[in-house]
Structures are given as C-alpha cells and as structure tokens.
Design a protein around this ligand. Structure first.
Ligand SMILES: [Zn+2]
Length: 454
C-alpha cells in the first residue's frame, strides 16, 4: 500500500505520514513577515511546500493549506518608523510584492492566509489561558511563557538546551526579569511609537510566536497533519509555537517538516551576512520556472546553491522540456505509462526525492523522443503522457506553444496594468522591460497590456 514517508524533525527520522482524517490533509506553513521584498530563501520554502501540497493533491488527498502573513512585528515597526509611514502601508506594499512573486513562480495561493493583526483578540484570549494554566507570567515589559513548566521543551531543537544557550544567545529575547533565558514573549507592553492593542496587561502587541499557534489551531483544529517552514524556524520559533499549544491544552502538529537553506556562492543566505538576494532580481533575470526546477533537482533538506550558472543550466533544461512538449503536442491521447507513474510515486513517497523524480522526467522525455524517432507513436504517446503528468504533479509547467501566454507572463501583465492604473509608470516601465527581455512584444490597448510573440 502507498505510504508517504517524510523526515519528521520532531522524531529526527523518516516516519509514515497518515492523515488525521482519511482522504484529507491539513498543513500549516509559516508565511512571510512583510517588511521587505521576498528573498530567494523564502521562495525556496514556498516552492518546497507548494510541491508537497500539489503532490498530496495529485495523490488524491483533499488538502487544506494555511500560510500566514505576519503583518505586525519588530522589524515591521522599525522599518515603518524609519520611513515615517504607517506600518499598514509598509505591510500592504510588501504583501503585494510577495504574492506577485509567488504568482510568477506558479506557487498556488493558500486556502487561507490569516493575518496577525486580525487575530490579536484571539491571541489575547489564548495568552490569558496560558497564565491561568500556570505556563505564563507577567513582567514589567510583557507576558512571558515559562519553558520550565513544559516538560519536553527543546524537542525540535534536537540538542540539549544548555548547548543552545551559548550559540543562540543573540536569538533569545533579552529581558531583565525573565525567569529563564529561554522564556519568550507572548505579549509585549507598549513602547512609544508602536501600534498597540488593548489587553488585560495594558496596551501592547503580541509576540511573534503566538500568532502561528493561535491561527493554525483556529483554522485547522487540534492535531492537524503537518507544520512546515524553513529549517531556521525549527528553533526557537516552532519550538515555541508547540510549547504554547501544549501549554494551552491542545494537541499540535502531528508532523514537522523543514526545508534546508539557500547558499549564494557557497554561503548561507541571510540578510545579516549582507548577501541578501532578492527574488525580484532573480525573476527579472531568469525564467520563473528555472528556480522551481532548481529546487526540484536538489533534495528539499539539502542546502541549495543558487548561482548564475545553476540558473542558466536550469533554463537550458527547461528549453529541452518545452521543445519536447512542442514535439509531442500532436500525439494521439494516451494513458500515461503506468511504470513511470509508479516510479514517480516511489520517489516522491520516499521523503520527496524530487531529484529522482526530475531525473525520471528527463529520462521519460528521452525515451519518448527515441520512440518517436523510431516511428513508434503509441509508445511515445504513453511516455509523453506520463512525462506531462509528473511534471504537472510537481507544478512544473511545460510550454507546448511558444506564443502561449504562461501563468508567469499573465501575472506580469496584470501587475503592469495595476501599476498603470495606480499611475506608477516607473514600475509599469520596469515590467515592460522584463516582458521584452523574455521575448514578448508589448502593446498598450484600450483594454490594457497585450503581449504576443514577434
Ligand atoms: Zn510560524
């Protein structure tokens, strides 16, 4: 019987993933903090979980996918104050930038994208419950979760807390009257110049970790199937989400899945190292599908190196897939080759071995081409159907017609029309240049931007 196996961070090994309810699957993935343009590390996370979601659906499961938008947080407040604009203006701009980029990459929108600011009241209630249950305490500057009250804290860290203390001190919140250095803020009392909400502990705002706990439980219920995110979120963010849920008397995620980081020219990509690489740059310079292919060609838990060379190689591979799609577009309809599909399922069920699945895709196109060369149309048709099936299951779009407007281009056209409607002509021009660079002829018509191949 088919069983999906995934590496569960809480167990530190591969486990069988069996849904809470037969036929249905619930997953929560931490979304972006919208204070800047998305970087390619976030995009990897989004693509990895988009592939998982699509594969689960392709497998016949009814998937509910929730991914939040963090629209209130220290970095948002700092950036908005720097620019002297209301924080909502900043978050609206960057939420749009996030979804524009996701649309271009063919990352499907979540079924729900709860916003932290819309959940403050529920978070306040939840925090009150934690205090009542003896898991949280008030200090001069906020309300903190007491990790010593929760047996098993540190599960997702996968190492003793003592060894983390030295290495992670900069990631732990500093506060004078915390009982343990690992205790973390559930509620932050108001400081001047900050947006606030009312609470029993005075005006303030929620800490970051509480939003995901409250929103995931609210939308997916206790014991939802899977919680995902980048591996840098496992500790302390996910650890703390879990502590809050258990402290509140809930059953939390049944499985934890984390993707590896992105390396740019050999270094872990992060803004603090100064090698911040924004996704918009990548999407301007390359076929939006290239990054998905690159991500598929490496295992989701391995570090991924992104360089001009690896992106170019991915674009060349895409060109060969598109050529294959064109060559096989007129073949008679056929059922997909069963053996190929079985091998695909075997690879994907084995902790999402997308490198194997992608190699299988290319191998199948090679065999289909060879069958066509030999005049064996029936074999070619079943193999071509299988290739298209598995590419689709991983969200990889093959373009049979050079003139067809693909999803990424359609997204750009829409963004250009929005920019023009908002009289942001500089942005409209940048998008025009991007379309032209991808080989489109761009025309302004009464009904908006039209693109065609020359
Ligand atoms: Zn989260």
């Amino acid at each position: 019987m088919k069983v999906l196996r995934l590496h569960d961070t809480a167990e530190g090994r591969l486990v069988d993933v069996e849904p809470r309810e037969p036929g249905r699957f619930s997953m929560y993935v931490c979304g972006p903090t919208v204070y800047d343009v998305p970087h390619i590390g976030h995009a990897r996370m989004a693509l990895v979980f988009d592939v998982l979601r699509r594969y689960l659906e392709w497998s016949g499961l009814d998937v509910t996918f929730v991914s939040n938008i963090t629209d209130i947080e220290d970095k948002i407040i700092a950036r908005a104050n720097e620019r002297r604009i209301p924080f909502e203006e900043l978050t609206t701009t960057y939420e749009k930038a996030w979804y524009d980029a996701m649309d271009q990459m063919g990352v499907r929108r979540p079924d729900a994208d709860p916003h932290a600011t819309a959940y403050v009241e529920k978070m306040v209630d939840f925090i009150g419950g934690l205090i009542d249950r003896g898991h949280a305490y008030e200090t001069s500057d906020g309300v903190y979760f007491s990790i010593e009250t929760l047996p098993g804290y540190g599960l997702l860290a996968r190492q003793p807390l003592e060894s983390l203390r030295a290495g992670a001190s900069e990631r732990l919140e500093q506060a004078e009257d915390k009982r343990s250095p690992f205790d973390f803020a559930l509620w932050k009392k108001a400081k001047p110049g900050e947006p606030t909400w009312p609470s029993p502990w005075g005006p303030g705002r929620p800490g970051w970790h509480i939003e995901c706990t409250v929103m995931s439980l609210d939308l997916l219920g206790d014991g939802f199937d899977l919680h995902g995110g980048g591996q840098d979120l496992a500790f302390p963010h996910h650890e703390n989400e879990r502590a809050q849920a258990l402290g509140g008397g809930h059953e939390f995620a049944r499985h934890w899945v984390h993707n590896g980081w992105v390396e740019v020219e050999g270094k872990k990509m992060s803004k603090s190292l100064g090698n911040f690489t924004d996704l918009t740059d990548l999407l301007e310079q390359a076929d939006a599908r290239a990054y998905r292919l690159l991500i598929l060609q490496s295992h989701y838990r391995s570090p991924l190196e992104v360089t001009g060379d690896t992106i170019e190689r991915a674009e060349r591979s895409l060109a060969s897939l598109d050529a294959f799609a064109r060559r096989t577009s007129d073949l008679p309809r056929a059922d997909a080759d069963v053996t190929v599909l079985e091998r695909f399922v075997e690879a994907m069920d084995n902790d999402l071995q997308t490198p194997e699945a992608t190699a299988l895709l290319f191998d199948t196109t090679t065999r289909a081409n060879a069958a066509l060369d030999a005049g064996d149309v029936d074999t070619a048709a079943t193999l071509a159907a299988a290739a298209k099936e598995i590419a689709g299951a991983m969200g990889l779009e093959l373009r049979a017609t050079a003139g067809e407007v693909d999803a990424a281009t359609a997204a750009l056209v829409r963004q250009r029309d929005e920019a023009r409607a908002a009289k942001d002509f500089a942005a409209a021009d940048r998008i025009r240049e991007r379309l032209v660079a991808s080989g489109w002829v761009v025309e302004d018509t009464a009904s908006g931007t039209k693109v065609r191949r020359p």
